[in-house]
Design a protein around this ligand. Sequence first.
Ligand code: ADP
Length: 484
Amino acid sequence: MIERHLNYIAGEWQPAFGGTTFEDRNPADERDLIGLFPDSDAADVTAAISGVSAAWPAWAAQSPEVRADVLFRAADIMARRADEIATELTREEGKTLTEARNEARRIAANFRLYAGEALRLNGETYPSDSAQLVLSLRQPVGVVAVITPWNFPLSMAARKLGPALAAGNGVVFKPSEITPLMGQRLVEVLLEAGLPPKLVALVQGKGAKVGQAITASAGVDALTFTGSYAVGRQIAASLSTDTRVQLEMGGKNATVVLVDAAIDKAVATIERGAFGLTGQACTGTSRVLVARPLYAELVARLEKSASAIKVGPGMAEGVQMGPLATRVQYDKVLAYVGIAREEGGRVVGGDALREADSNLAHGYFVRPAVVSDLPETSRLWREEIFGPVVAVRPIDSLDEAIKLADDTEYGLAVSLVTGDLPSVLRFARETQHGIVKVNSPTTGVSLNAPFGGLKHSSNQAAKEQGGASVMDFYSRIKSIYLGA
Ligand code: ADP
């Protein structure tokens, strides 16, 4: 029996007004239909916004303990259901069960963090003469639109929904059309935790229809988006100037290996950053800049370890890398492997396992690829691939490392493998990246630390994650002068 899923609008589970649906399929086996989801349009978005607009003032007027309690309960429910939801995450997005469990288990911690923040929405008082008291009051923004990508469908959404709700806002939530079930699960957990029914609306559907309708709506007070630069730019261009917007976009992240680095450490760091999550993290490592004396050995070691990675369905025992999440991703990664070869690079891996292995014939499986000896003008150095493909290039100095690491339109995460403290300090201060990791992969961030990039990686309105800076986006400050 085909499962038919619904939108959640104005407190009711309901199909799209237009009655149409789209399919959600398993990327490890495209014959596996997970379910049908509402293919919503502007009419659903209008109803969603109007329901949330009516609901949020009562939520904002509640004591902060009440808002915190709902999020604490959501954390408990999420902790209880994490492994069950992780299994669905693997089926829907493709990542391995271990990766899915890591993501699902972190949601509880995320909700707890923001539950605490509900009680810390402090204002300030300002010195003044005795005739008045001057203070600032933090208030919710109102209706927050949350548009999320498919690669971390739980954690990207939780780190936006959590602070939005903690600060007293209502949310119109549009998950990626690639991972609608994970969006639904998150909303179910919040409702089970006691969230007022109309405070969150879930509108499933395509970016070009639902996403654009949200962006075009005058009823959205703030919009937070994580996804591609192309879409982020489109959103920024079409929003009304009254709408507060936070955009987190791509990356072309490098790991830099300095001459003192231990090769084992460098290989482990790169492998995790480049091939973890099938290379589909915005902080994933796609470039390696290595001190020339280590170049040949590092390339050989990376080729060997990439070839040993066990690729297969994320659900299967012992699998280290799942499929790409979509056919589009699969075709794109293979196209870049082809480009690398055409450009004269040495490519090890990058095979289309779908064609090569009959057990993998129905999924989007590729072998991780290590590319070396590319010309400096190669497209692989510049374009975001979003797959398990890493290009390696030699460097001759720290100056060159900084220059080349920053020689990209993006500026999200960069990692440095070295024990040389002066180099670390200089690199960390000078690089044009929002996140600098030392002796750890470009991927993997603390949920209480600010997250965000520079240049095309972010519109830099506010960082995501953490405390105060998050709340700056989800609340606004009013200055009050109390005269006697
Ligand atoms: P990704 O492929 O990494 O998910 P996208 O930028 O394509 O990146 O999508 C991110 C989110 O933005 C998804 O939820 C998608 O449906 C949505 N989206 C896509 N196009 C638009 C658009 N024109 N306006 C608003 N949202 C969109």
